[in-house]
Design a protein around this ligand. Structure first.
Ligand SMILES: [Zn+2]
Length: 493
């Protein structure tokens, strides 16, 4: 018997606007697709939050005993700068500016993405397909949509006919928009525009001669529209209908709306049973944006190297901070919020660490079974991690009372409590134990401090060759020494 058989999960479905009882298409199996990053710059923390929410969801499904196929794509072509059809490809633009091959840009930022996710202790998805690896599949879908009459070709580009689609289907149902209102609120088409209606979107774009990312197609050389890759890859790996499609709130429109339209036009039915959207991360009460400087990279939190921070924070403390908010709520990041979360994370870890040293008694003052079910109920209610964390602190309170000799626990309950806490804290929330994380970084600090001392000795002996060698070789390893009034400090990049 698997856990999911007696835990009834409810999920907020963005399509219906309601919490619904979750029932996968095939019992015991779940197909989940999440829109991945466009790899043309370092992954920002807001994106990390979205992916972390789905990592937690993936983890909980696995914890319940489901077999999950989790597909999270890498967008390495076709995502235009301004989401309008006349924009430049984000990756091609970056490649042009930095004089790199587009695939060098893709490689660099895919590696960065994976490094950051690994630091945050993410589980890898089951499949991580790329847009450029699925051009043939995308061309096949375009042919199919053209054949069914929901698209048209113009000068080597192919556009989805939204007005035609809306005659038989409902364009805008996910984001709660009506096509008539959209049309009323948009500017007139420019005379040179190839589209029949401003709402139409590109399935295939003709590549101008200077465009470096291009593939042959029945309509000439070009590249696929961004929305199409997700339809192609989700259908290929999860089928025409699958259980869960997730992404950031900002992708609801137009991206996910277009995915629905493409799939319905091609397959004749709705692709997704539960649409899930994760909310955004703000910083000091404002939207994060590179342009305003109200922005932080994950790496800057781990080193403390950002003006809003008073210190560095470990990936687990940041993960704990993110898990303290429900995935559908806006979460605000600030130095104070991180300090408070770090404190909470430390208290939780200290309680778990002290558990094995508790003295067992003849009876228990803590009803573990009902507490455990309350933890499950929190998670079953649309993955309510803040409530789960509050429940975990109920256990912390009891552990501390037992430590002080004010309460008792039997040895059987003690080992139950340990395995339940391990399950929720490490498997579901994906936190890492401080002793695990700490030991390596403590050793590293010790070694670097020793080298700083040796460098100081060398300088006092006027042996500058040795002191420079220590500094330069550490820099090569990504460890920067900074000389200041209070002595030498270091940061790891
Ligand atoms: Zn997508």
């Amino acid at each position: 018997m698997q856990l999911y058989q007696n835990q009834q999960l409810r999920i907020y479905n963005s399509l219906s606007g309601k919490k619904e009882i979750f029932k996968p298409l095939n019992e015991g199996h779940i197909g989940m697709y999440v829109c991945g990053p466009t790899v043309y710059s370092n992954v920002h923390l807001g994106n990390c939050r979205t992916f972390m929410s789905f990592d937690m969801i993936f983890r909980y499904f696995k914890h319940l005993g489901y077999k999950v196929r989790y597909v999270r794509n890498i967008t390495d072509a076709g995502h235009l700068v301004d989401d309008a059809e006349d924009g430049e490809d984000k990756i091609a633009k970056k490649a042009r500016l930095e004089q790199l091959e587009p695939m060098e840009v893709v490689q660099r930022y895919t590696v960065d993405f994976h490094n950051i996710l690994q630091k945050f202790n993410f589980l890898p998805p089951s499949i991580e397909p790329t847009a450029t690896g699925h051009i043939i599949e995308q061309i096949e879908i375009i042919k199919d949509i053209l054949e069914k009459g929901y698209a048209y070709e113009k000068n080597g580009s192919v556009y989805f006919d939204v007005v035609k689609f809306n005659e038989t289907n409902e364009y805008g149902k996910l984001s709660g928009r009506k096509l008539e209102d959209m049309i009323a609120n948009t500017r007139e088409l420019a005379a040179q525009d190839e589209k029949k209606s401003p709402q139409d979107f590109a399935l295939w774009k003709k590549a101008e001669p200077e465009h470096i990312m291009r593939w042959p197609s029945p309509w000439g050389d070009g590249f696929p529209g961004w929305h199409l890759e997700c339809t192609a890859m989700s259908t290929k790996y999860l089928g025409e209908t699958f259980d869960i499609h997730g992404g950031g709130m900002d992708l609801k429109f137009p991206h996910h709306e277009c995915e629905i339209a493409q799939a319905e036009a091609s397959n004749g039915h709705s692709p997704v049973r539960y649409w899930m959207h994760a909310n955004m991360l703000t910083m000091n009460g404002k939207k994060m944006a590179k342009s305003t400087g109200n922005n932080i990279l994950p790496g800057e939190i781990f080193t403390g190297d950002n003006k809003i921070l008073s210190k560095a924070f470990s990936p687990s403390a940041v993960r704990f901070f993110m898990m303290q908010a429900h995935y559908t709520s806006i979460l605000d990041l600030s130095n104070d919020a991180l300090l408070a979360s770090e404190k909470g994370y430390n208290r939780l870890m200290e309680a778990i660490d002290s558990l094995s040293n508790l003295e067992a008694g003849k009876s228990s003052d803590f009803d573990i079974a009902s507490w455990q079910q309350e933890c499950y109920e929190a998670m079953n209610d649309d993955f309510n991690t803040p409530i789960l964390i509050a429940k975990l602190f109920d256990a912390v309170k009891h552990i501390n009372l037992i430590k002080e000799g004010k309460e008792n626990i039997t040895s059987e309950d003690k080992s139950n409590l340990k395995s339940i806490l391990d399950g929720f804290v490490f498997d579901v929330l994906g936190l890492e134990s401080k002793t695990n994380v700490g030991s390596d970084s403590d050793k590293l600090s010790g070694v670097v401090e020793l080298l700083i001392q040796l460098r100081k000795d060398a300088r006092e002996n006027k042996d500058f060759a040795t002191s420079d060698k220590i500094r330069d070789q550490l820099a090569e390893m990504g460890i920067q020494l900074k000389d200041g009034k209070e002595g030498t400090t270091f940061s790891v990049s």
